[in-house]
Design a protein around this ligand. Structure first.
Ligand code: HEM
Length: 417
């Protein structure tokens, strides 16, 4: 048993009132703690974290659909909205992800069609080209750090191209995206928050130069579309709205897609029979994508704020409580799935999951993410044989983040097919 697994089991063996999700022993492998919560305290007050946790699929699904009671307005800590002004920047404004209906529809409207399935299908050849370029970069070496050399750059190239900005600035993009991840990590110190605000200001300054340029000379890209877009009241989007939308796309679309592919690769390597099944029958690809997102998804849980006292599963949650909807636990709920702890690319029963959320805030980029994952694994399985870990005894390392599940590295070896 790995050290991570041992620590995770020990953490889950504590009395339930001593469990907390803000704990690296749980973060390394949260599934034992989730199981305990579902069994013993499905509506759990995490005292160390200062929030409630919903861990059962049905409770999470209901909360996601009840936006009146479970508001998204505090998904990003509100006290951080103004902090950029201390460093010469603009205050953060709400985007779709921090807005409840009806404002939400108004914010999502201009972006909805930009990542529609039709548009994503048209991007296929272009995404395939990036996939091939990245794989060409390491295929002859017989090994790579799959995270640094593949899963980090792929979504970043895609989103930079979609925004219509040069790929030269990718290291800045990565920093801006990390800053957001830090804010929702549950571990952010005062120093981290200041750093995140400074990153936000740097990003604002970068895009404040790009937006007027795109207004003057629009091209085929998302910023040009946003600069021309009209809100429902017929008004154009303000620069500050466009900036916040860009910030959201950069942050919501990068880390998540990166981590989904890193985790899916780790899971496949740990389940060689499933990797072989996928090689033998490429029509299982869609099933594999959904199963890997269910089994070990990149967004483990996100916050809501209760707008009134609400009873869930016999527990009264007071108004203005923070509630963490634990998607990663709902996705392993025994009441929803047969053998939820098994990774099975041929899963036949209900394969819906919570990895992209549900209802109003269902992931805007789900079609794009699925396309990137699909092209990635079909290409890798075609071009590589015998994919394995470079050092099976090395411990996996995860970022300190209780919202996003993030592998720091994944050193793999392979034979060129
Ligand atoms: C595997 C990759 C991805 C995962 C697991 C994922 C997960 C999620 C989840 C769980 C939500 C719901 C948030 C909530 O309920 O509060 C969400 C929303 C969102 N995602 Fe994704 N995401 C992924 C990729 C992307 C990509 C590639 C983009 C952008 C191109 C994107 C853009 C968004 C946006 C804008 C929202 C907010 C939607 C709204 O509030 O209406 N995501 N995502």
């Amino acid at each position: 048993m790995s050290v991570i697994e041992e620590k995770a089991r020990a953490a889950a063996a504590r009395p339930v009132d001593r469990l907390t999700l803000v704990d690296m022993d749980v973060i390394g492998c949260p599934f034992h703690a989730y199981q305990k919560l579902r069994e013993e305290a499905p509506v759990f007050l995490d005292r160390a974290g200062g929030f409630y946790v919903l861990s059962r699929y049905d409770d999470i699904s209901r909360a996601l659909k009840d936006t009146k009671t479970f508001s998204s307005d505090s998904l990003v800590p509100r006290e951080e909205y103004d902090r950029p002004t201390q460093y010469g920047g603009l205050a953060q404004v709400d985007t779709m992800i921090t807005s409840d209906p009806p404002k939400h529809r108004y914010m999502r409207g201009p972006l909805n069609k930009l990542f529609s399935l039709t548009r994503v299908n048209k991007m296929e050849a272009y995404v395939q080209q990036i996939v091939d370029e990245l794989v060409d970069g390491f295929i002859d070496d017989g090994h790579c750090d799959f995270v640094r050399q593949y899963t980090v750059p792929l979504p970043m190239y895609v989103i930079a191209d979609q925004l219509g900005v040069t790929r030269d600035d990718l290291s800045s993009f990565a920093r801006w995206s990390d800053a957001f991840a830090t804010l929702v990590s549950g571990f952010a110190t005062e120093e981290d928050k200041i750093w995140a605000a400074k990153q936000n200001v740097e990003m604002q300054n970068y895009f404040l130069k790009v937006i007027p340029e795109k207004r003057k000379n629009p091209t085929e890209d998302v910023i040009s579309d946003l600069a021309r877009a009209k809100l429902e009241d017929g008004q154009p989007m303000r620069d500050v709205d466009i900036l916040s939308s860009i910030h959201l796309l950069l942050t919501a679309g990068n880390e998540t897609t990166t981590n989904s592919m890193s985790l899916a690769m780790r899971t496949l390597i740990e389940h060689p029979d499933q990797m072989q099944a996928l090689r033998d029958d490429p029509s299982l690809m869609d099933g594999f994508i959904e199963e890997s997102l269910r089994f070990d998804g990149p967004v483990q849980g996100l916050m809501r704020r209760t707008t009134c006292d609400v009873e869930v599963g016999g527990v009264m949650i007071p108004k203005d409580s923070m509630v963490n909807l634990r998607f990663g636990s709902g996705n392993r709920d025994e009441a929803k799935y047969t053998q939820p702890e098994q990774f099975n690319v041929c899963r036949k029963e209900d394969v819906t999951h919570l990895a992209f959320g549900q209802g109003t805030h269902f992931c805007l980029g789900a079609s794009l993410a699925r396309k990137e994952i699909s092209l990635t694994f079909s290409t890798l399985l075609r071009r590589m044989r015998n994919i394995r870990l470079v050092d099976p005894s090395a411990e996996m390392e995860y970022e300190r983040n209780m919202a996003l599940r993030s592998l720091k590295h994944l050193h793999i070896a392979f034979d060129k097919a």
